[in-house]
Design a protein around this ligand. Structure first.
Ligand code: CAA
Length: 385
């Protein structure tokens, strides 16, 4: 597989890097403290074409590939993983599903404003009692003429308070179990649709996460996404692409922490020399460098497979599992290299560790990635023997 980046890829990565360094970095510490949502930054990300990167320009997107997307995600995540998750959910979990499963009327009405960054989207699968076991949706959808009546609740919804459109998964035919789950686009302000309070989180503090509740929400059939009963398939397929995005977020958190640690290792002196002349620090830096490179290669492989329309379920899960694991390890070592300074906000690496943790949890925990990888590799073995 060719891992060479094209000139276009490099230009996109550099544009994302410039934007992240010049327009995101300066407010990241303050927003982490206050939990304030980055409205202006998200608006500018939309103007730059980063909110619907892989969507066809016909539907308001930038028409780029998944490799471009992961490069941009890494750069944004290096300075602020909160901004990155807003971008990731809109791109992979919301726009992808609308472009793949939506009809032209839905693409024109709903996808266009989302992909061009004028509106924001959320993806609503998890529930108060349903996380990893996602087939067990308790939210229900009952047909009522040309409408659907939605009742239930969702939890841990990224962009929950700030979104305009919400892809909601609900059980519309319980007898068919997961094949009876359908997807609907709910709009903020629909009667009976209540938005809960913003969660006070360990990391990614300036992204907004909340619960939602639906009491007899009347949704027109025109807002059903895909055929009845295809909701779970849509949910899983969206997550396959989403996992590449979260892997890139984890990589960005790790590479940001690593770069700060390398810089600090030149500035800080101990025992009469820069600390990077001490073998203890060199070994740490070497380990961090290897892990980051390995994660980057796994992510690029998954993105390339997606771009080539080849199966990438296992590779996306592998990339997310590995990148999130090493993000925790690298951030932890970056703090260690900084010593006491690493433990305070100003040096940023403590935020890297707090932000890294969620990448082992959302869009499928590390335990779920193991399940996905194992099931796929066994399937592949059976197919080849
Ligand atoms: N891609 C495509 N299809 C998949 C799939 C995948 N990764 N994983 C499962 N499926 C399909 C299966 O092939 C099966 O299809 P058929 O019935 O047609 O054969 C169907 O889904 C059900 O799968 P299983 O029989 O394997 O069901 P299971 O209950 O044993 O396992 C699961 C399902 C893999 C555990 C799934 O529930 C899962 O992925 N859970 C994790 C959910 C998750 O990632 N949640 C994240 C929340 S979203 C979030 O965090 C967003 C945010 O705001 C940041």
């Amino acid at each position: 597989m060719n891992f060479q980046l094209s000139e276009d890829h490099i230009a996109i990565r550099d544009a994302a890097r410039d934007f992240a360094q010049n327009e995101i970095a300066s407010s990241a510490i303050e927003r982490d403290l206050t939990g304030e949502f980055p409205y202006e930054i998200v608006k500018k990300l939309g103007e730059l074409g980063f909110m619907g990167m892989m969507v066809d320009p016909r539907w308001g997107g930038s028409g780029l590939d998944a490799v471009s997307y992961v490069l941009a995600m890494e750069e944004v995540s290096k300075v602020d993983a909160s901004c990155a998750v807003v971008m990731s959910v809109n791109n992979s979990l919301v726009c992808w599903g609308l472009e793949t499963y939506g009809n032209d009327e839905q693409k024109d009405r709903i996808l266009k404003p989302l992909a061009s960054g004028q509106k924001l989207g959320a993806y609503c699968l998890s529930e108060p009692g349903v996380g990893s076991d996602a087939t067990q949706q308790a939210t229900t959808a009952k047909r009522d003429g040309n409408n659907w009546i939605i009742d239930g609740a969702k939890n841990w919804i990224t962009n929950g308070t700030t979104a305009d459109y919400y892809i909601v998964f609900a059980q519309s035919d319980p007898a068919k179990k997961h094949k009876g789950i359908s997807a609907f686009v709910l709009e903020k302000g629909m009667p009976g649709f209540e938005i809960g309070k913003k969660e006070d989180k360990l990391g990614i503090r300036s992204s907004d996460t909340c619960s939602l509740s639906f009491t007899g929400v009347c949704v027109p059939d025109a807002n059903r996404l895909g055929d009845e009963g295809t909701g779970f398939k849509l949910a899983m397929e969206s997550l396959n692409g989403g996992r590449i995005g979260i892997a890139a977020q984890a990589l960005g958190i790790a590479s940001g922490a690593y770069e700060r640690a390398v810089k600090y290792s030149f500035e800080r002196h101990a025992f009469g020399k820069p600390i990077n002349q001490l073998q203890a620090i060199q070994f740490k830096l070497a380990d961090m460098c290897v892990k980051i490179d390995a994660a980057r290669l796994l992510i690029l492989r998954a993105a390339r497979l997606k771009d080539n329309h080849e199966s990438y379920i296992k590779e996306a899960a592998m990339a997310k599992l590995y990148a999130s694991t090493i993000a925790m390890e690298v951030a932890n070592q970056a703090i260690q290299i900084h010593g006491g300074y690493g433990y305070v906000r100003e040096y940023i690496v403590e935020r890297s560790l707090r932000d890294a943790k969620i990448t082992e949890i959302y869009e499928g925990t590390s335990e779920i990635q193991h399940i996905v990888i194992a099931r796929q590799l066994l399937k592949e073995y059976e197919l080849t023997t």
